[in-house]
Design a protein around this ligand. Structure first.
Ligand SMILES: CC(C)(COP(=O)(O)OP(=O)(O)OC[C@H]1O[C@@H](n2cnc3c(N)ncnc32)[C@H](O)[C@@H]1OP(=O)(O)O)[C@@H](O)C(=O)NCCC(=O)NCCS
Length: 201
């Protein structure tokens, strides 16, 4: 029997799952905020972890479709969370999580594609190596509000430090010319986020 067990996430796993998530975040720019509670989702999810003895060392959470994107016509699995602890990378465990998720998408939901987004360059290379097809790209960044916007928001009682959002690749220069993009903060600085489609055999 394999020393690495893939199984469904259970409520009792929450703290260990969050600990691993925080550890994985250190190595990837895919996330810019820490999770203190496991998120819930509107639709069905496929929520798998990899366990070694009593430890959780990998996770993948996939929602059946998502309100977040409108560019994919047929049903899909939208991958929200994916990571393997750094001590166990390169052993094929990430691929195993993907394969098991794809089997469930296919057999339980008759879905033949998963959708992935990442602004982390190493993750993008990984997705490309696996043969995913790029479907979209955009910039993600934070801005410091200018005096007028800051005043408008302050009038509404909100003292704003920064705002986060995205723009089309072709609009980036215009945004940069007109707004104060935060570039000197390693976590928040602008990154290109790429969307991928992975077809299931
Ligand atoms: C992405 C991640 C989950 C991959 O997990 P893993 O268990 O190391 O991946 P696997 O061992 O299954 O790798 C499968 C193949 O991809 C290759 N690979 C691994 N990382 C790669 C990378 N960054 N770029 C290109 N190829 C990569 C492996 O060598 C392997 O190739 P092979 O089948 O020819 O041997 C892991 O690196 C990770 O947790 N990264 C940080 C979190 C993260 O960025 N998650 C994505 C959020 S969008």
């Amino acid at each position: 029997m394999s020393e690495y067990i893939v199984r469904e996430y259970k409520k009792e796993d929450e703290l260990k799952w969050l600990d691993l998530h925080a550890t994985v975040m250190v190595d990837s720019y895919a996330w810019w905020t820490v999770l203190h509670k496991k998120p819930s989702y509107q639709n069905d999810i496929i929520d798998l972890i990899i366990e070694k003895e009593d430890d959780i060392i990998g996770f993948i959470t996939t929602e059946i479709n998502s309100d977040l994107i409108d560019m994919v016509d047929d049903d899909y699995g939208f991958v929200w969370e994916f990571g393997v602890h750094r001590d166990y990378r390169g052993f094929g465990l990430g691929k195993r999580l993907i394969n098991e998720t794809h089997q469930i998408l296919k057999n339980k939901y008759q879905i033949n594609q998963s959708i992935w987004f990442s602004q982390d360059k190493k993750a993008q290379k990984y997705y490309e190596k696996l043969g995913m097809e790029e479907i979209e790209r955009h910039w993600q960044f934070s801005i410091k509000p200018d005096k007028r916007l800051k005043r408008d928001l302050k009038d509404k009682g909100f003292n704003c430090w920064n705002l986060r959002g995205e723009c089309k690749i072709e609009d980036y220069q215009r945004v940069k010319n007109n707004l104060n993009i935060i570039e000197d903060n390693d976590t928040l600085k602008p990154r290109i986020c790429i969307g991928y489609r992975y077809l299931i055999d």
